[in-house]
Design a protein around this ligand. Structure first.
Ligand code: GLU
Length: 489
C-alpha cells in the first residue's frame, strides 16, 4: 500500500496557460481527492527547458486559484514531500538515472541528433514505426563509461524489454495491453542533464506517494515505459485512470482553431468559475441522472472515476453559455454589479454614475450568456444616436399612428415637471384615450424611439434610466431624422 489515504496530483508543465483539458484533469483529481477525504497535490513539471515560458507558473497558479480548486500540497503551499517543482529536484532524478544504468535497466546513448534524424528518415522511408534502433544498447559498460569520460555528449535511455507485453488495469479503460517490441527505448535524461517527463514523473509519483494517476488519454502510450520504470526500481505502481479526449463539435481533437482552449480566455470573456467548473465536470463524467446543474459540493459528493466514460467528450460551447447565463442570473445583486461593471468599462462606457450603471445592468443582464455580452446588451443606453435597423422596427415607423403617438407624447411631456413611472403611465393612458391608438401600436413606437429595438429591456426601466430630458431628446431625434424627410418611410 503506497498510502492509506488517496493522494492525487495535477502535474502541469508551465508552458504558458492553463488549457481547458488541464482544468478538467485538475478538477477530476480534485473531486476524487475531496470525495475520498484525500490530498490534492500540485506539481510543476518544468524540466523541459526548451519549453520554458517566464511567468507561466504564476499564471497557471493564479488561474487555478480563480477556479477555486485549492491544492493541499504544492508550490506556495508546501507539504511533506516537496519541493513540488521538478527543477528543484534534479539531484533526485540524476541519482535514480545512475541507479538504473548501474542495475542494467537503462544505458548511455551517444547517437548524435544527425544520426537519429537520418535513422528516422530511413524508417519512415521503409514505412517502419520510427523508434531508436538500439545501437548504443549494445555498447559494453566499459566502452560507454570511457566515451562519457572523454566528454562525448550522451543521453540516458530506458532498456525496454524487446519481447512480451506490459499490461495495465486502467480504472476507466479496463485492461490495456502493450506489445513491448513496439515501445521505444525512451530517453530518460537529455544531453543537457535534465530528466525527461517520464523519469521525473515516475520518481515523483513514487516519492510523493501518489495513489492514483488521473490524467489525459494522450499519456496512455507512456504507460508501458512508466511501468517498466516502476519495476526496475522495485516500486508499487499507482492505480491509473486515463480521461477521454476532448473533442470539437466535429469530433476532431479540441483545437485552438475551433475555439478558445485557454481558461484565461474564458475568464476574460466573462465566464464564471462555477459555470466553467460545472461544465468541465460533465466532459467525460456524468452522474447517471438528469441533473445538469451542480455546485462544487454536489460534484464532490457524486463524483466517481467509475462513471467516467472512454469515448471522447465533445466541448459544446452552447452548453457552457447556457450554464454561464444561468449562473449569472443566480448572482446576488451586489456580486452581479461588481462582476459586470468592468465589462462596461472595458467597452469604453462611462460607469462613474454608479446608480445609473446599476440600473442599466439590471435592465439587461437577463439576456446575456457571458460578461462581455453586457456591452452589446447595454449599448443602447450609451449610444447617443438611436439606431433603428430591424426591419420590423422600420415597418412600425412607417405606420402613421407612430408619428401621432410620438408627437402627442412630446406635447404631453412638455407639460409635466418630471417623468416618473406614474406620470409615464398617465401620459400613455391619455394618448390612448385621445387618439384611440392602443396596445402594440401605442407602446412599440415609444420602445423603438427610445431603444431602437422591438425587443429588449422593459420600458419602465428604460424610462427610469433615461429620465425626462433624455426621453425627450430621443423622441425628438427620431421624429427629426427617421420621420422627418419622408413621413411615409
Ligand atoms: N506534465 C504532464 C502534462 O503536462 C503531466 C502528465 C501526467 O499527469 O503524468 O500534462
Amino acid at each position: 500500500m503506497i498510502s492509506d489515504k488517496v493522494r492525487v496530483r495535477f502535474a502541469p508543465s508551465p508552458t504558458g496557460y492553463l488549457h481547458v483539458g488541464g482544468l478538467r484533469t485538475a478538477l477530476f483529481n480534485f473531486l476524487f481527492a475531496r470525495h475520498h477525504g484525500g490530498y490534492f497535490i500540485l506539481r510543476i513539471e518544468d524540466t523541459d527547458r526548451t519549453r520554458y515560458v517566464p511567468g507561466a507558473e504564476e499564471n497557471l497558479i493564479k488561474t487555478l486559484r480563480w477556479t477555486g480548486l485549492d491544492y493541499d500540497e504544492g508550490p506556495g503551499v508546501g507539504g511533506p514531500y516537496g519541493p513540488y517543482r521538478q527543477s528543484q529536484r534534479l539531484d533526485l532524478y540524476a541519482e535514480h538515472a545512475r541507479r538504473l544504468v548501474e542495475e542494467g535497466h537503462a544505458y548511455y546513448c551517444f547517437c548524435t541528433p544527425e544520426r537519429l534524424e537520418a535513422m528516422r528518415q530511413e524508417q519512415i522511408r521503409r514505412k517502419e514505426p520510427p523508434m531508436y534502433d538500439g545501437t548504443c544498447r549494445k555498447l559494453s559498460r566499459q566502452e560507454a563509461e570511457e566515451r562519457k569520460k572523454a566528454g562525448e555528449p550522451y543521453v540516458v535511455r530506458l532498456k525496454m524489454p524487446r519481447t512480451g507485453e506490459t499490461v495495465v488495469e486502467d480504472i476507466i479503460r479496463g485492461k490495456v495491453v502493450f506489445q513491448n517490441a513496439v515501445v521505444d527505448d525512451q530517453v530518460l535524461v537529455k544531453s543537457d542533464g535534465y530528466p525527461t517527463y517520464h523519469l521525473a514523473s515516475v520518481v515523483d509519483d513514487h516519492y510523493m506517494r501518489i495513489t492514483h494517476v488521473i490524467r489525459g488519454e494522450e499519456w496512455l502510450p507512456s504507460v508501458p515505459k512508466h511501468i517498466q520504470l516502476y519495476r526496475a526500481f522495485g516500486w508499487e505502481v499507482p492505480q491509473m485512470a486515463h480521461l477521454p479526449l476532448l473533442l470539437n463539435p466535429d469530433r476532431s481533437k479540441l483545437s485552438k482553431r475551433q475555439g478558445d482552449v485557454a481558461v484565461e480566455d474564458y475568464i476574460r470573456k466573462g465566464y464564471l468559475p462555477q459555470a466553467l467548473i460545472n461544465f468541465v465536470a460533465l466532459l467525460g463524467w456524468n452522474p447517471g441522472t438528469e441533473q445538469e446543474i451542480f455546485t462544487l459540493e454536489e460534484l464532490i459528493q457524486q463524483f466517481s472515476l467509475e462513471r467516467i466514460h472512454k469515448a471522447g467528450a465533445v466541448f459544446d460551447i452552447q452548453k457552457l453559455n447556457w450554464l454561464n447565463g444561468y449562473y449569472i442570473r443566480q448572482l446576488p445583486e451586489d456580486q452581479l454589479i461588481a462582476f459586470l461593471t468592468p465589462f462596461l468599462e472595458r467597452a469604453g462606457y462611462d460607469v462613474s454614475d454608479r446608480e445609473k450603471t446599476r440600473k442599466i445592468i439590471l435592465a439587461v443582464y437577463k439576456g446575456i450568456d457571458k460578461g462581455e455580452d453586457i456591452a452589446e446588451a447595454a449599448r443602447l443606453f450609451y449610444d447617443s444616436e438611436v439606431k433603428i435597423e430591424e426591419p420590423e422596427a422600420r415597418e412600425m415607423l412607417a405606420q402613421p399612428s407612430t408619428r401621432t403617438v410620438l408627437e402627442t407624447f412630446l406635447q404631453k411631456l412638455d407639460q409635466v415637471e418630471g417623468l416618473d413611472l406614474e406620470t409615464f403611465k398617465v401620459i400613455m393612458k391619455e394618448i390612448q384615450q385621445e387618439t384611440g391608438i392602443k396596445k402594440k401600436a401605442l407602446w412599440m413606437p415609444l420602445r423603438i424611439a427610445l431603444t431602437g429595438l422591438t425587443h429588449g429591456p422593459e420600458l419602465p426601466l428604460v424610462i427610469d434610466i433615461f429620465g425626462k430630458a433624455e426621453v425627450r431628446r430621443r423622441i425628438k431625434y427620431v421624429l427629426d431624422t427617421y420621420l422627418a424627410s419622408n413621413p411615409e418611410a
